[in-house]
Design a protein. Structure first.
Length: 130
């Protein structure tokens, strides 16, 4: 692997870590690229080349994955889950969830719900430490 390719892969890895840590935040292409100190266009190109998906698609996939976990393992209201994983509102979340998962969040929860700790960390879906 050449130095330039290694640099690009490092930037993509840094972007993935940043996006995963900030799923609940409003993330834009310029914001993410700015964290990496590269142009948004260059970032989007390298990200898609390395992962096969555009940064926005990756972000949606990760947010839906986190939402699936919260739906299955908590009793949090769906509106709270939508906000916790970075969607502006429950309607937008439900529409995207249905498109990606093939069912509404309500149906998904009913089919997979496993009661868990009520005080899980809403941002990560994990139980609190200690």
């Amino acid at each position: 692997m050449h130095g330039r390719e290694t640099f690009a892969l490092q930037k993509v890895q840094q972007a993935i870590v940043f996006m995963d840590r900030h799923l609940s935040d409003r993330l834009t292409l310029p914001l993410i690229a700015g964290q990496l100190k590269i142009s948004p266009c260059h970032f989007a190109h390298e990200f898609k080349r390395a992962t096969g998906v555009a940064p926005h698609q990756y972000l949606i996939q990760r947010r839906i994955e986190r939402a699936r976990h919260l739906l299955a393992s908590s009793d949090l209201p769906i509106a709270d889950i939508a906000l916790a994983v970075g969607f502006a509102n429950q309607s937008h979340f439900s529409a995207l969830f249905h498109r990606v998962a093939g069912m509404t969040p309500q149906v998904y929860r009913a089919a997979r719900h496993r009661p868990g700790p009520q005080d899980s960390d809403i941002r990560t879906g994990t139980p609190p430490l200690g």
